[in-house]
Design a protein around this ligand. Structure first.
Ligand code: NAD
Length: 367
């Protein structure tokens, strides 16, 4: 019998494995966590080219099939969901099928939504291959597709049967995509743990020298997963606390929408974190210096914090009114009191901020 890696000790109903070499155990983990007659591996063409063969080699050839699609956010659609579910039906997949999502957050969200809906629910094992998907998208059970009206507007909560994180898979990831994930890791530090934030900052030179293979990176990834897991475990359906994960994201989503998703998500999050830290200072929640500290950390991680040249601030503000946290047309923000501590706002975890203040904060970030 194969010995599986030891899962992280997390307050979740499913195991999360996180260590270098864990990828070699995906086949065994699927057999244990999602025993099934067929295995549908859903991936994108880039990831499949790098890591598909090594995964397929761990699964029985006669009952496993790879379903691959072109890479990119543009593929996270209802149309792609329909094409994938049709392909599963044509293959003869039934309720005894397990889905393995091998890829970044796009594949994870889409394959997760296929699993959530196909015959009213198949088990899915998430095998994230980007840093962002490892520390964020693969944990928490949110699955979705985008629509022309916005991102993630059609989806379902569907917990994975297991999550397998192997930092070694990051070796093939382009440097800018790796950096994009660092924004979410720094965000986890800001929302929950100042010492984790410092640890991450101290590790950045190591990462710059050795890349994702830097010894110690797996435990920092695990630290980030722990923060996310602790938040989602307390608030599985995003009724309250989970909103703190949205720090930086009200502005980030608005920037992404105005820019028609022409930038990496983590880059928009970096800009949003600086702007929202400034909002926290401006409305008197946080002391002076928070935005400077956040900006300094993001800059050291190689992330952009100035707004894209020529972007319309009015257009960004207009988009914040469509945010999922908006109430009665007024945008709400999940804001920090300092590094490691978020504003509880009488249990609501988000506060309204007048547009004029948001405008002033964004103006400071014009290049
Ligand atoms: P992505 O999935 O588009 O991946 C980025 C690019 O990297 C793609 O071109 C992909 O082919 C390539 N790639 C992935 N892994 C690779 C590897 N190991 N080697 C080489 N290339 C690789 O982007 P992402 O940043 O991982 O995910 C963004 C998505 O995640 C968004 O759709 C977002 O909505 C979603 N998301 C979901 C949650 C959630 O809780 N469900 C949380 C955060 C983000």
């Amino acid at each position: 019998m194969t010995t599986l890696p030891t899962p992280l000790r997390l307050p979740l109903e499913y195991p999360v494995f996180c260590e270098a070499g864990a990828f070699a155990q995906v086949g065994a983990i699927v057999r244990q966590a999602a025993p099934s007659h067929r295995i549908a591996v859903i991936s994108d063409d880039t990831v499949a080219e790098h890591h598909g063969a090594a995964l397929l080699a761990q699964c029985p050839a006669e009952s496993t099939r790879l379903f691959s699609m072109p890479p990119g956010e543009r593929e996270k659609t209802r149309e792609r969901w329909a094409q994938l579910t049709d392909a599963l039906l044509a293959w003869g997949a039934g309720r005894d099928t397990a889905v393995v999502a091998l890829g970044g957050g796009v594949v994870g969200d889409l394959a997760g939504f296929v699993a959530a809906t196909f015959m009213r629910g198949l088990p899915v094992v998430q095998v994230p291959t980007t840093l962002l998907a490892m520390v964020d998208a693969s944990v928490g059970g949110k699955t979705a597709v985008d629509t022309p009206a916005g991102k993630n507007l059609v989806g379902a909560f569907h917990n994975p049967a297991a999550v397998v994180i192997d930092p070694a898979l990051l070796a093939t990831l382009p440097a800018d995509v790796l950096r994009s994930g660092l924004a979410e890791m720094l965000k986890h530090g800001v929302i929950a743990d100042a010492s984790y934030f410092d640890q991450l900052l101290q590790f950045l030179p190591e990462l710059a020298t050795h890349g994702a293979a830097a010894p110690g990176f797996a435990s920092l990834i695990a630290g980030s997963v722990r923060i996310k897991a602790e938040v989602v475990a307390e608030d599985t359906r995003e009724g309250g606390l989970r909103q703190i994960l949205n720090f930086g994201h009200t502005i980030a989503h608005a920037i992404e929408k105005v820019q028609r998703y022409a930038m990496l998500h983590g880059e928009a999050v970096a800009m949003g974190m600086v702007a929202e830290a400034r909002l926290a200072e401006q409305i008197g929640l946080a002391g002076a210096g928070l935005a400077t500290a956040v900006r300094g950390a993001l800059t050291r991680a190689g992330l952009p914090t100035a707004l894209p040249a020529g972007i319309s601030i009015d257009a960004v503000i207009a988009e914040t009114h469509g945010d999922k946290k908006a109430r009665g047309g007024a945008a709400r923000y999940a804001l920090p009191r300092g590094i490691g501590e978020m504003e509880a706002a009488e249990g609501r975890w988000s506060v309204p901020v007048p547009d004029e203040i948001v405008h002033a904060a964004l103006l400071e970030q014009v290049p």
